[in-house]
Write a protein that binds this ligand. Structure first.
Ligand SMILES: O=C(O)CCC(=O)C(=O)O
Ligand SMILES: [Fe+2]
Length: 335
């Protein structure tokens, strides 16, 4: 297998940035208050985006013809932003559009349909990500410890095909960097026997609300990490997974090491848009020390599906019944 490309990086020329801002102009709906109208406006704007260097590179990425992550720098975002919020965005007076959402969703819409999980982020189609003091130790995007490498929403009924992360305000200390690791590159470093073990239903998440018993501890039902889909092998992964046999544990350790070796870091500066193919890459974020004073790192995210399920843009997080009780409580998720 030829070596995979590292993250592709594109710097938007000023004229391309201006064109993008112009195309996003008609997207006026509030994504937090009128998601359906927002999504309709995004779809219309995406269809009318003039063909150019940006559409060519994004469409190439969407067709899985290049790297598994694409960083676009120089995306036009508002020059002035409010202070980074402090609490859950959907419960804040700050839950007003920043003005960056249309461009984020517009580029995302070249990859698929924007969608949201009903139980997360107020079911908003654009999710705001910044550190929340009470989540400091929690394994979630609003925490401040290492956010371990993961497939977004792995083992849900609707994991996104792509996600797009837009930097609004970088971490002022420079510590918080996003990590992406290329799955095909990592798998190529494993032995056939290790890859074979990943195809067996031998992998679980420890949780007190699990339905399976592994050596006296509750876990989720064992599943394979690697499956064959019509479009090639697909891996779902989180560093929080454990294995229930010794060969599976060895394969999982080899995979974790390979993903770590293949990981690349990206500091999301203002106007940096990172597109991640969730089937071809895992991602995470390094630990940092937020100040919780309005100056902290702030990114916005959209999740994309190439095809929406029949139920529409707001889908259930089908893992919810199995999240650990303390995780549900810490994040005030609907139990
Ligand atoms: O904060 C980051 O860079 C990544 C956050 C993340 O994993 C997510 O929003 O899905
Ligand atoms: Fe994530």
């Amino acid at each position: 297998m030829p070596p995979r490309l590292p993250i592709s990086v594109v710097d938007l020329e000023p004229h391309a940035a201006a064109e993008l801002a112009r195309a996003a102009g008609p997207i006026r709906a509030d994504p937090y208050a009128e998601g359906d109208v927002f999504a309709r406006q995004v779809r219309a704007a995406a269809a009318s985006l003039p063909q150019g260097d940006l559409t060519a590179v994004v469409d190439h990425f969407a067709a899985q013809q290049g790297s598994s992550s694409l960083l676009i720098r120089g995306v036009p975002i508002p020059a002035s932003l409010p202070r980074t919020p402090a609490g859950s965005f959907h419960q804040q007076p700050e839950a007003r559009p920043t003005g960056a959402e249309p461009v984020l969703a517009l580029v995302g819409a070249r990859l698929g349909e924007v969608f949201a999980y009903r139980e997360w982020d107020g079911a908003h189609l654009v999710q705001n990500r910044y550190p929340v003091a009470s989540h400091h130790q929690v394994q979630t995007a609003s925490g401040a410890n290492d956010l371990v490498l993961h497939t977004e929403a792995c083992f849900t009924a609707y994991p996104p095909d792509f996600l797009a992360l837009l930097g609004l305000r970088p971490d002022p200390t420079g510590q918080a960097v996003t990590l992406v690791s290329d799955i095909p590159q990592a798998l190529a470093q494993l032995t056939p026997a290790e890859r074979g073990a990943l195809r067996e239903p031998l992998f679980v998440f420890p949780t007190d609300r699990g339905s399976y018993d592994h050596e006296g501890r509750r876990t989720t039902e064992p599943v394979p990490l690697l499956k064959d889909r019509a479009d090639g092998p697909a891996l779902e992964y989180s560093t929080l997974i454990t294995a229930i046999t010794a060969p599976a544990a060895a394969a999982l350790a080899a995979l974790e090491e390979a993903l770590g070796r293949c990981a690349q870091s990206v500091l999301l500066g203002s106007g940096d848009l990172l597109l991640i193919d969730n089937r071809q890459a895992v991602h995470g974020r390094t630990a940092f020390r937020p100040a919780y004073d309005g100056t902290d790192r702030w990114i916005q995210r959209v999740l994309l599906l190439r095809q929406l399920p029949s139920g529409g843009r707001v889908v259930p997080d089908t893992r919810l019944a199995h999240y650990p009780t303390d995780y549900i409580k810490a994040l005030a998720l609907p139990a």
